[in-house]
Design a binder for this molecule. Structure first.
Ligand SMILES: O=C(CO)COP(=O)(O)O
Length: 260
């Protein structure tokens, strides 16, 4: 049998929730989901301060991730959480380069590359986000923008086994506007091509490329059938009961993709 790319679904809770609401989400939405975790990997990313609370009550089939880490190691860096701290807390995943970090907090390609390097060096698994804004899409420069964002991390990564690329068009995040299947497949295909020519064919075949941007239980199915979509990074819908439906639809729909 051919090796497969295991489906992966991330929940990016962003800066949301109270202790009470996240407990309820875990107990009523996540833990009861009926999915085969051998086929589908699920990464839940709450705020830093909620990580230990979620860790205590989340079924161990799920994985936990942070939404960011510091550009620096531990030390005199007020307010920062370093990759070392995530590792110490037993958090295996971290989301890096999210468009909200890039655009609201001014993280440059170089800053993201350094974070990717630090997290990777400690063996953390990374979900690295790329994506164009509306002006770039309208100007027809989507592929160039995404390639530039990937070029920036090329020398930061030593182990691509620990990497998932999330394509999140900025204009689709939190807007209710999802990329069409054609738009998504085109960019996902170009990301796989980039990996193939810059890293290697085998790595391109095995690396999961997931989509994020207004994913719901209504639209996940039409995106998941696409050749180069290996799962989702879900924002708003991951805070709702609909997330259980998304997990179950995805798990039933496609247990994994065979390498080409
Ligand atoms: O930013 C996202 C996930 O990282 C997507 O957010 P929405 O699903 O709310 O559009």
């Amino acid at each position: 049998m051919q090796p497969m790319r295991k489906l992966i679904i991330g929940a990016n809770w962003k800066s949301n929730g109270t202790i009470q609401s996240i407990r309820s989400l875990v107990q009523t939405v996540l833990n009861p989901a009926i999915i085969d975790y051998k086929n589908t990997e699920v990464v839940i990313a709450p705020m830093y301060i909620h990580l230990p609370i979620v860790k205590d009550i989340l079924k161990s089939d799920f994985h936990l991730g942070a939404q960011n880490c510091s550009l620096t190691g531990p030390g005199a860096y007020t307010g920062e959480v370093a990759a070392e701290h995530l590792k110490d807390l037993g958090i295996p995943w971290v989301i890096l380069g999210h468009s909200e970090r890039r655009h609201i907090y001014g993280e440059s390609d170089a800053v993201i590359a350094e974070k990717v390097k630090r997290a990777g060096a400690l063996g953390l698994k990374t979900i690295i986000c790329v994506g164009e804004n509306l002006d770039e899409r309208v100007a027809g420069t989507t592929t160039e923008v995404v390639s530039r964002q990937l070029d920036a991390i090329k020398y930061s990564l030593s182990d691509w086994n620990n990497v998932v690329i999330a394509y999140e068009p900025v204009w689709a995040i939190g807007t209710g506007k999802t990329a069409t299947p054609e738009q998504a497949q085109e960019v996902h295909g170009s990301i796989r091509l980039w990996i193939g020519s810059n890293i290697g064919r085998l790595v391109a075949n095995s690396t999961r490329v997931i989509y994020g941007g207004s994913v719901t239980d209504e639209n996940c199915k039409e995106l998941l059938v696409l050749d180069d979509i290996d799962g989702f990074l879900v924002g708003g819908a991951s805070l709702k009961p609909a997330f259980k439906t998304i997990l179950e639809i995805c798990d039933n729909h496609k247990p994994g993709k065979t390498f080409t």
